[in-house]
Design a protein around this ligand. Structure first.
Ligand code: PMP
Length: 443
């Protein structure tokens, strides 16, 4: 027994030593002792030491139909053995099939797609496209937004810890986050605050741009920011504002897309807005690297220069995406996310009622967050409790995520195929983790 223990310890330590030596130090894994994952299936993950975890975070909301979904695996393997690569210089059936399946579920007139390999690249494509279509260059985004890691995307991102250097793109302006729990105008936040948020958007356009912005880009539910759901009518009214100034409305559905918000395919649909451009990644291909930018044929035609992506639209990624979308349609994941999301929300609300340091439960469908505070009256953010809960959950064999400007929000986003029993189990583990945090804070 002892020998086996020593050997398995050695394995995770050896991998971690390699990580420290050969990977950029900026790549920070979660936890004091990172989980070195070896294999996974559905919502179960196993580390190299043989420990099992229930995964309520899905590799950042990405294993949308479960780790190693058999249909996605089979189709990817079959494609890899038949044709692994072509580049966009050649046409392939899997790319056309994937694009058609996406157009089938995308809102409104959105029907033409450009495929890349990440959300960041898909954001770059969307911004580029908006500038080309409008012949303008100024972009409005939300404070606390996260849109990616490239030079441009990190400048649009408005969380300082995700911006490695000073602003390098002058035409990017940020408006106030429509964050009800921390509304700067009034507590509790009400409809008059939505007016104020919208006024700020207008004001940013009138005062900090030449009045002719190319686009407003917004996450329909803010992911990294801590699942901030804009108040009713905010997105609809923001779309009206940007369009009245001749700009495009870009919806970033990288986290909130593909049924995750419950009841609809894309979270923006709850707001009744048809975006001009929509960006997707993460759950689109169950973990294969796919970024997608979809728009109308009219807007797509504005890109006149040549463009290429060697790996974008790779037959293997596209086969994985087509299989993922097929599973999603067959399983009606928007409906499943609504049902399991309701179960998750109820479970979290029970925890909210018991633990004072849970300031708010919020989200939609299978995208639910717990904002942790030192005290619910002062609402002082608590990154300490968040870290403690993250570690306690790990000790209970449960993987969850973190977000929020101060790292003070717990984020949950499991496979959209999670069963009722698995969700119950996850909630039980989370409850035990909360009790550990409570015991540590009173003890
Ligand atoms: N947009 C949003 C809303 C995201 O959450 C992310 C990733 N966290 C991105 C864009 C960038 O995606 P990627 O990491 O695939 O480049």
């Amino acid at each position: 027994m002892e020998t086996t223990g020593a050997e398995t310890m050695l394995k995770s330590q050896a991998v971690m030593a390699g990580q420290r030596e050969f990977i950029f130090p900026a790549v920070k894994a979660l936890y004091d002792e990172p989980v070195v994952i070896a294999e996974a299936e559905g919502v179960r993950v196993r580390d190299v030491d043989g420990r099992e975890y229930l995964d309520l975070f899905g590799g950042i909301l990405t294993t949308s139909v479960g780790h190693c979904n058999p249909k996605v695996v089979a189709r990817s393997q079959e494609q890899m053995a038949r044709l692994g690569h072509t580049s966009t210089l050649y046409v392939t059936e899997p790319q056309v099939e994937a694009a058609q399946r996406l157009a089938d579920i995308a809102p409104g007139q959105l029907s033409q797609t450009f495929f890349t390999n990440s959300g960041t690249e898909a954001i770059e494509t969307a911004i580029h496209m908006a500038c080309l279509h409008t012949d303008r260059t100024e972009i409005i985004a939300l404070r606390q937004a996260y849109h990616g890691r490239s030079f441009l995307a990190s400048n649009i991102t408005a969380v300082s810890s995700w911006r490695p250097m000073a602003s390098t793109f002058p035409g990017i302006k940020h408006t106030i986050t429509p964050y009800e729990y921390r509304c700067p105008f009034k507590q509790p936040c009400d409809e008059s605050c939505t007016d104020a948020f919208i006024n700020d958007l207008e004001d940013v356009i009138r005062t900090t741009t030449n009045g002719r912005p190319a686009a407003f880009i917004v996450e329909s539910i803010m992911g990294v920011g801590g699942y901030i759901v804009p108040p009713p009518r905010y997105l609809e009214r923001a779309a009206e504002v940007i369009r009245s100034h001749g700009g495009l409305f870009i919806s970033d559905e990288v986290q909130s897309g593909f049924g995750r918000s419950g009841g609809r395919w894309f979270a923006i649909e709850h707001a009744g807005v048809e975006p001009d451009i929509m960006v997707m990644a993460k759950g689109i291909a169950n973990g294969m690297p796919v970024g997608a930018t979809i728009t109308t044929p009219d807007i797509a035609a504005s890109w006149k220069a040549k463009t290429i992506s060697t790996f974008g639209g790779s037959p293997v990624s596209m086969a994985a995406m087509a299989a993922t979308l097929e599973v999603m349609v067959d399983e009606d994941v928007p409906q499943r996310a609504k049902e399991r999301g309701g179960q998750l929300y109820s479970g979290l609300m029970e925890l909210y009622a018991r633990f004072r340091w849970i300031g708010e439960i919020r989200g939609m469908g299978l995208m639910q967050a717990m904002e942790l505070v030192e005290d619910p009256d002062t609402k002082e953010p608590s990154p300490q409790k968040t870290k403690a809960l993250l570690e306690a959950a790990k000790a209970e064999g449960l993987l969850i995520g973190v977000g929020g400007l101060h790292g003070h929000v717990i984020r949950l986003g499991p496979s959209l195929l999670i069963t009722e029993a698995e969700m119950d189990e996850g909630l039980e583990r989370l409850e035990r983790a909360c009790r550990r945090v409570e015991a540590a804070s009173v003890g």
